[in-house]
Design a protein around this ligand. Structure first.
Ligand SMILES: Nc1nc2c(ncn2[C@@H]2O[C@H](COP(=O)(O)OP(=O)(O)OP(=O)(O)O)[C@@H](O)[C@H]2O)c(=O)[nH]1
Ligand SMILES: [Mg+2]
Length: 206
């Protein structure tokens, strides 16, 4: 087995935006997507990981990220900030369209090596989260489930939710790791970086 290289996520820079799946750049290298409900904390997590205040745009208004934003950690290693799903103010037709694109992206994108699914630790496993997990598992993609905003709960409430979610995802029978996470106080950030390092490792295979 080859050594897993530790990447420096602080060097990450913006690559490009795409309005939809068909406008994504060439399907090469290794790509890792960040998905989750609107307001789950995807953009904030990317900023925390890369130690940059405004690499990915964040907002108190849900539904802020409407484009698919791609970032490059280093050549061949890309992170993707996907628009959030489930935003109430988006018309039903657009929601359905976006869900269809998401499913297609997970199924067809060859360079996609893993999906980070973020869920607010206070509202885990909503219907669309379960749908995302199902699609990822069906596409044989490993999943890192981050329970975000863990700083909002006491240590005991946090542990209880993590345990509950770990049990609840067993029926999906996929490669799914569940971790508490906070962009504010560093909970789970090392585990996120370690997982990304693992998923990016094929980019360095001889
Ligand atoms: N307390 C706390 N707040 C957080 C954390 N992560 C994100 N937030 C807040 O949650 C809100 C939404 O965060 P975003 O990162 O914009 O969420 P998003 O998932 O990118 O949302 P969309 O782009 O709409 O899909 C912002 O007000 C953040 O400040 C966290 O770890 N702890
Ligand atoms: Mg966002």
């Amino acid at each position: 087995m080859s050594e897993i290289q530790k990447l420096n996520y602080h060097k990450t820079h913006f690559l490009t935006s795409a309005a939809n799946i068909t406008q994504l750049p060439e399907d090469t290298g290794v790509e890792i997507a960040f998905a989750g409900r609107s307001n789950a904390g995807k953009s904030t997590a990317l900023n925390a990981l890369t130690n940059q205040k405004s690499l990915a745009r964040t907002s108190k208004t849900p539904g802020r990220t409407q484009l698919i934003n791609l970032f490059e950690v280093e050549p061949k290693c890309k992170l993707v900030d996907l628009p959030g799903y489930g935003y109430a103010a988006v018309p039903e037709q657009m929601k359905l369209q976006w869900q269809k694109s998401l499913a297609e992206y997970l199924q067809k994108r060859e360079c996609l090596q893993g999906v980070v699914i973020l869920m607010d630790i206070r509202h885990p496993l909503k219907d669309l989260d379960q749908q995302m997990i199902e699609w990822a598992v069906a596409s044989e993609l490993p999943v890192l489930l981050l329970l975000t905003k863990a700083d909002k709960l006491s240590q005991s409430a946090r542990s209880k939710t993590v345990k509950m979610v770990r049990e609840a995802i067993l029926p999906f029978q996929g490669d799914i790791q569940v971790e508490p996470f906070s962009s504010l106080n560093k909970i789970g950030q090392d585990r996120l970086a370690a997982k990304l390092d693992e998923w990016f490792s094929p980019a360095f295979a001889a």
